[in-house]
Design a protein. Structure first.
Length: 737
């Protein structure tokens, strides 16, 4: 081996070490430049080396711009630099790591907060320098400072609020303001951590209130109520409370002490009652005196009074007529305006009085009106006026009556109609619909008040009759809306704005389509899609339902003819009949013509009539339904369960099917009452040999329950929404038997 060979091996090893060292330095440099944290090597109080991020944090373009600078220049002041050295000395000298958050200074002189971490390279020889990492946390520090300020301001606002504010979690006070503590008689901080149970007299009262509020809060709604609480010393406290659940699981409660207000109201009620008693006694005395004087005048002026009565009183009932009512109303309005007292007008219309005249004759009807007038007089005060406008319409004028007084009289009127009227051998029971208008908000003169009360009366009829309603601005809007709809509806047919949608009726067991129900829709260019619930009553009251109903029958029949030509031979077409349409004598002839024109077998056509329409006049309904049945069409009683049909009446009607109203089906999942009612209807129909269709089926659970009862057919959104013929056709082909 030569000398050259002896020296080559060590040189090669040194080169490999150098290469490896260079690679390691490059890797470290790359690592330093890749991190988002500033890293610097400090030696002899100067920046010996750093990455670009370190320089950028201090506002320099790159590391070379800051290398060589004195490290104290990076601090707000020399004193701050020396303070850092003193604080870090102990940790660094022992070989540990020093961590701190300090203010530093940028190249432009601006200060910022930074998170510092330092460590000596060689604790045994500090002169070898140290490694420091730095991160800019200025935004975080400022945000935390703002949050602390907001929390402080919030607490100050709570403590200065005029109402009590408390935060509860699991019915335990987490935080509250001073006002809550003062209301309940506790020292500052004493409520912290206490259960809200201590606010109530006993556990029973606390549990009852908790049962009221927990479901409301769980639903995300605001709970509002008046609660009787107990102070720390046992004294009573009445509070208005409002609460809302928060996202963190707690709930905020706002409490207002209304104890004194309630006590004052009670005292005021007692004083008001005494005042009413005194006023009533004095008024009665004045009325009695006036009656005595009036009697004397009447005796002297009998002939004049007779003429006067003919001009101002109703001959049949002896009540004031419209002329006298208008005079008394003007006087009452003038008095109310001068003395700033209330005034109420009640408009009464008898429910179904026409049936009495039609079935028993006008003589019985006239006697009934006279008896009703007598009872109405007994429901009012001496100085009130009961007047008959004509027909079966009455008006009550109630001076000095506010809303509460008018409500009380309306209740007495309802009680007066609870007892039957005995006219000869007849025992008659009927109700009345009452509308209430108040002066001056509902009208400032006689005509306006009567008109408002009349509108309110129609609102009572729309709510189901035999009740009363106060006039509202909404009724005025509804009246205007009804007029607008009536005018637009008169041109709807000729302008091709009406259409039919179809909803499948399916076999409850197989879910196969056995029929469809035709449902009327109205799309107006300005009013948009108008709900049938809104325009059908307008069509009924205006008489437009007759031509519209005929169009529906003809259109539905022609559509069924089209579907049968395409192979849908096993479905029926169900069409609703309105009450007014049903009572037309020409209905059987119309149905016969419609079937002939469409060349349809009558058994595939089904006419639906609501229970209330069928029961309004059972003898007439029985005759009409018999004629329709003779044609071969099928007849269904719709919305069954919402009317007042008796079994005796129902079995007289030649019907084929009962349709359970969707209001019962919709609530099947909510309790046992509706399940029991649906079960009873199904059992009754089965006993009478009638088919059953359940409307409004929306869930599988509802369908399963109906199947267990043996319900024949189902209809609802669970299967399909009502759709135009073109859109529903594919569904029919897929699901038809």
């Amino acid at each position: 081996m030569t000398d050259g060979e002896l020296t080559a091996e060590p040189l090669t090893s040194e080169m490999e070490v150098a290469v490896a060292l260079a690679r390691t330095l490059r890797e470290q440099q790359t690592l330093l430049q890749s991190t988002d944290i500033g890293v610097a090597f400090i030696q002899k109080r100067a920046v010996l080396r750093c990455n670009d991020r370190f320089a950028q944090i201090f506002g320099y373009d790159d590391a070379q711009a800051i290398v060589g600078q004195a490290s104290y220049a990076l601090h707000p002041s020399r004193e701050a630099f020396r303070a850092l050295g003193r604080d870090a000395f102990a940790d660094l000298a022992q070989g540990g790591t020093f961590r701190s958050v300090r203010q530093m200074r940028k190249s432009d002189g601006g200060l910022f907060w930074a998170s510092l971490t330092g460590r000596l390279i060689n604790p045994a020889e500090p002169s070898e320098g140290s490694i420091w990492t730095l991160d800019d946390v200025d935004a975080h520090i400022h945000m935390r400072s703002q949050l602390d300020a907001i929390q402080l301001q919030t607490q100050v606002l709570l403590d200065h609020a005029m109402v009590g504010v408390a935060y509860l979690r699991d019915h335990t006070v987490v935080r509250c303001n001073r006002h809550v503590e003062l209301m309940l008689g506790y020292d500052a901080g004493e409520l912290q951590g206490r259960s809200s149970r201590t606010w109530f007299a006993d556990d029973e009262q606390w549990l009852a209130q908790r049962a009221r509020c927990v479901p409301v809060l769980a639903a995300g709604e605001v709970f509002a109520a008046e609660m009787a609480l107990r102070r720390k010393d046992g004294g009573p406290l009445i509070c208005e409370v409002r609460s809302k659940a928060l996202q963190d699981g707690s709930a905020v409660w706002i409490l207002m002490d209304i104890t004194e207000r309630r006590q004052a109201q009670e005292a005021l009620r007692e004083a008001h009652a005494e005042l009413e008693r005194v006023v009533s006694e004095r008024t009665h005395a004045l009325v009695t005196t006036a009656k005595d004087l009036d009697k004397e005048i009447q005796e002297r002026k009998y002939d004049q009074e007779r003429i006067y009565r003919l001009a101002h009183y109703d001959v049949l009932t002896g009540l004031p007529n419209r002329t006298l009512l208008a005079e008394r109303s003007q006087q009452a309005i003038a008095s109310a305006q001068m003395q700033h007292t209330p005034l109420a007008v009640l408009f009464l219309d008898l429910d179904h009085f026409k049936h009495v005249n039609d079935s028993l004759g006008h003589k019985v009807g006239d006697n009934l009106l006279a008896r009703i007038a007598q009872r109405l007089r007994q429901t009012v005060r001496e100085y009130d006026t009961v007047a008959r406008l004509g027909g079966d319409e009455f008006v009550l004028l109630l001076p000095r009556a506010n809303a509460r007084g008018a409500q009380r009289v309306a209740g007495k009127v309802a009680q007066a109609f609870d007892q039957p009227f005995h006219i000869g051998q007849h025992e008659l029971t009927l109700g009345c619909s009452v509308g209430v208008a108040l002066y001056p908000q509902d009208g400032r003169d006689f005509d306006a008040l009567v008109q408002s009360a009349d509108m309110a009366m129609y609102g009572a009829k729309q709510e189901g009759r035999n009740t009363y309603r106060f006039f509202t601005s909404q009724m005025q809007a509804q009246s205007m809306r009804a007029l607008e709809l009536e005018n637009a509806l008169r041109r709807a047919l000729e302008r091709d704005q009406l259409s039919l949608h179809y909803q499948p009726q399916v076999d409850a067991t197989t879910s196969k389509v056995v029929g469809v129900e035709a449902l009327l829709r109205w799309q107006h260019p300005e009013l948009g899609m108008v709900s049938p619930a809104e325009f059908i009553p307008v069509a009924e009251s205006s008489g437009l339902i007759l031509p519209i109903g005929q169009w529906v029958l003809e259109t539905a029949a022609q559509q069924l003819k089209v579907w049968r030509s395409k192979g849908l031979l096993h479905i029926t077409m169900a069409v609703n009949l309105s009450a007014r349409q049903f009572h037309q004598p020409q209905l059987p002839d119309l149905v016969r013509d419609v079937l002939r024109q469409a060349d349809l077998p009558p058994q595939c056509f089904e006419l639906e009539l609501t229970e209330s329409a069928a029961m309004s006049d059972v003898p007439a309904a029985e005759q009409t339904l018999a004629q329709l049945q003779k044609l071969g069409v099928r007849l269904s009683i719709d919305d069954f369960g919402t009317g007042y049909a008796s079994l005796t009446q129902l079995k007289r009607l030649p019907s084929y099917k009962l349709k359970i109203d969707q209001s019962f089906v919709r609530d099947l999942d909510k309790g046992e009452t509706d399940k029991a009612m649906v079960n009873a209807i199904v059992r009754m129909a089965q006993a009478m040999g009638l088919r059953i269709t359940a409307e409004g089926v929306e869930t599988r659970d509802q369908l399963d329950f109906l199947q267990t009862l043996g319900c024949d057919e189902a209809q609802g959104y669970y299967f399909s929404r009502p759709k135009p013929a073109a859109e529903i056709e594919s569904f029919l082909f897929q699901r038809t038997v």
